[in-house]
Design a protein around this ligand. Structure first.
Ligand code: FAD
Length: 429
């Protein structure tokens, strides 16, 4: 068992008891937890398995880092499909506006873009990491890089330290686990926190890759690889034919299926039911109803009356998509436009309003933005992030069973829960 040696620190005009706190994981949640706990005068040691901090942050927002969403607490909660109310208290401790102020104080210039998405002015995610590193340096957090933790040590119902992978035991008065989820494991997030939590009696709910590209069974997808479609509308139907998701926006084709913003959002709505086949219907012309589109088709067919069918669609569709549409609507490519029947035109129109794909699965954790599922939040105190089973053991970030849509919400969850854990750990000293 750890022998507690209380040190005293002068903090402002107050003299406070100083404890030793270990933070496991140097991502968004861990850096906030460590910085905040150290700012309260505690001796904080952050253990990170990688040789640098914030490796995942570097790849966020396509390297630009969508830091947060410039929304009030209600706006943040609306974008959290799973356990939003668990986040109330953490957002009260640190909301998006406070996070933005904090980053500005740390020297990071920020800007707000479409959809209230907040980015660094430099468009460089590394500047966000630098700002968070400054937060830890200012507060004298002791960093231990290249140092994986293999176990959280508990005695008499309290967290008393950690065991490092190399075998060393490190005593502490409290531990904050911020090890992330399972997505993009190359960044260091390999699910270690779930093992730590289970070992001390916590339930981990079923885990799923979320905000993830989708696989489709149609072979023609690969011919469209790289094609990006803007201003389209998608509908996703479950195996019973019920529409479970629809959204307007942008998507792209990959060699195995589909990706892009609307597809990532769709994945969050169907992950529990996959791999049962879902139908994805793409409306290529959502601004026109069928009647309007038919009038438009007639106009184009008149314009290109003496051309081959395959050469008559360039005003309406991207070039790369035309051969696939011609194949799917079963009209010979070299048929003269002036001989296309009403029925054939109707087939083309139907396809343009609902290009069908069969979704059979996801691209998995290697390409998932977040992990859905995690440490059961019923067993975590939402106002402190402390385990309800083990005293002085806190959890923060993606390791918890909370996840959000794209738009900066997932990083805000990590920042707010990390900050809350750092603020509340050993607050009863
Ligand atoms: C490609 C991509 C783009 C994204 N873009 C955005 C975006 O623009 N905006 C947004 O809000 N969200 C985005 N996200 C999601 C967001 O990055 C995560 O939700 C967030 O980083 C989670 O933070 P975390 O601190 O909980 O976990 P992580 O960032 O995963 O950090 C966990 C850390 O713990 C370390 N660790 C793990 N196990 C151990 C151990 N045993 N010992 C020591 N250290 C350990 C890991 O190495 C890692 O550094 C994106 C995610 C991905 C993959």
């Amino acid at each position: 068992m750890t022998k507690l040696i209380w040190k005293w620190a002068i903090y402002g005009k107050m003299v406070i008891k100083m404890a030793k706190i270990i933070v496991v994981g140097g991502g968004a949640a861990g850096m906030l937890a460590a910085g905040r706990a150290a700012s309260r005068g505690h001796e904080v040691h952050l253990y990170e398995k990688n040789n640098r901090l914030g490796k995942k942050i570097l790849i966020t927002g396509k390297g630009r880092c969508n830091i947060t969403n410039d929304s009030d607490v209600e706006g943040l909660l609306e974008n959290i499909p799973c356990n939003p109310y668990f986040m109330y208290s953490a957002f009260y401790h640190l909301d998006s506006f406070q996070m933005q102020e904090m980053l500005k104080d740390l020297g990071l210039e920020i800007k707000v873009e479409r959809g209230r998405r907040v980015f660094p002015v430099s468009d460089k995610a590394i500047d966000v990491v630098f700002a968070l590193e400054r937060y830890m340096i200012q507060n004298k957090v002791k960093q231990h890089l290249d140092t994986p933790v293999s176990e959280v040590l508990v005695a008499d119902g309290k967290a008393v330290g950690v065991k490092l992978k190399k075998g060393t035991i490190v005593d502490a008065d409290g531990v904050i686990v911020c090890t992330g989820g399972l997505s993009y494991p190359g960044t260091g997030s390999t699910g270690d926190g779930y093992t730590f939590a289970k070992a001390v009696g916590h339930k981990v709910t079923k885990l799923y890759p979320s905000l993830v590209p989708l696989k489709a069974s149609e072979e023609w997808c690969s011919a469209l690889m790289g094609l990006s479609l803007r201003n389209i509308e998608i509908k996703v139907k479950n195996p019973k034919g019920k529409v479970v998701f629809s959204e307007f926006g942008e998507m792209l084709f990959t060699h195995y299926g589909v990706s892009g913003p609307v597809i990532l959002s769709a994945s969050r709505h169907i992950l529990y039911d996959l791999p049962a086949e879902h139908k994805l219907l793409i409306d290529l012309k959502p601004a026109m109803d069928e009647k309007k589109l038919d009038t438009r088709l007639l106009r184009d067919f008149e314009k290109y009356a003496n051309k081959d069918f395959i050469n008559a669609l360039g005003d309406l569709l991207p070039q790369k998509l035309i051969p696939v549409m011609v194949y799917l609507c079963d009209i010979p490519a070299d048929k003269k436009v002036n001989s296309i029947t009403k029925e054939e035109r109707k087939r083309l129109l139907t396809l343009m309003k609902a290009l069908p794909l069969t979704i059979t699965g996801t691209a998995g954790y290697n390409e998932a933005v977040v992990t859905a599922g995690g440490i059961c939040v019923d067993e975590i105190d939402p106002s402190t992030m402390e385990s309800k089973f083990v005293k002085n053991l806190h959890f923060a970030g993606e390791v918890l069973d909370v996840d959000a849509y794209t738009g900066g919400f997932n990083l805000q969850i990590a920042f707010s829960t990390g900050y809350t854990a750092g603020e509340q750990i050993l607050s009863d000293l």
